[in-house]
Design a protein around this ligand. Structure first.
Ligand code: URA
Length: 237
């Protein structure tokens, strides 16, 4: 079957499709012994031989889908240059090379998916798919109706307006409030920056859902395999 090189790499669990594109552009991938830097390149998975970092890339691994309740104090990368604990340190007994889907900040807790299914990663993280990510946040102060309206319209962060977002107040306290927020993009530190933009910075942040997948009562630091129906949902996105 003819398949785009970046998809082949993603399916083989080398990296997400976007990351695979970067690897191709950086000249790190060879097809039949020749470096290929053209992103449109199609290969025949029966005939062509693909190498990455001197190793043959094969698409035989089983697909694995995991939901982790990420605690604060872990980085969402496979390896951290500062040797901080990574989310993969919390997972054991999985032979396949899995990758986090998107990112949660070091100080954010909550639902994080990990998989070696490059297609699913691509669909969940590409902005065009508008997958809703839901967060519960503890904010300094309580946003008033004007703040809420601003937030819902979208606010300017890093010079660009965000898409409209949802926010509702769950609890009001003297110093803090609890809110539920839903966004469809995945910009860097987006929720924190949006809350700063309405002058109610985040004190604590937890992701509770990604699309229809919910964290539920999965304990912090624990993970589980997705159910068949959750996997089917992801494949149909
Ligand atoms: N928005 C943030 O600010 N941080 C996260 O970890 C996720 C979304």
């Amino acid at each position: 079957m003819e398949i785009r090189l970046q998809k082949y790499l993603a399916d083989a669990g080398i990296a997400s499709r976007r990351k695979a594109e970067e690897l191709i552009l950086a000249g790190k991938v060879t097809v039949n012994g020749k470096v290929v830097t053209e992103l449109g390149t199609k290969i025949d998975d029966k005939k062509d031989t693909v190498f990455f970092q001197g190793k043959k890339v094969e698409c035989k691994q089983e697909l694995v889908y995991i939901m982790l309740h990420k605690p604060e104090g872990y980085v969402t990368t496979v390896k951290d240059q500062f040797h901080r604990p990574t989310v993969l340190d919390l997972i054991s007994g999985i032979n396949e090379r899995i990758f986090p889907v998107g990112r949660l900040d070091y100080d954010t807790s909550g639902l994080l998916l990990l998989t070696n299914d490059g297609d699913v990663t691509y669909r969940l993280t590409h902005p065009k798919h508008h997958i809703e990510k839901v967060y519960e946040a503890k904010l300094f102060g309580t946003p008033d109706p004007t703040d809420l309206a601003k937030f819902r319209r979208g606010v300017i962060i890093d010079g660009i307006r965000t898409q409209p977002a949802k926010i509702e107040i769950l609890e009001k306290g003297e110093k803090y409030s609890m809110v539920r927020i839903a966004i469809v993009e995945g910009r860097n530190r987006q929720v924190r920056k949006m809350c700063e933009a309405i002058r109610h910075p985040v004190a604590q942040l937890k992701r509770v859902a990604t699309g229809k997948l919910e964290l539920g009562d999965l304990p912090k630091g624990k993970y589980r395999h997705l159910t068949k129906s959750e996997i089917n949902y992801l494949k149909k996105l």
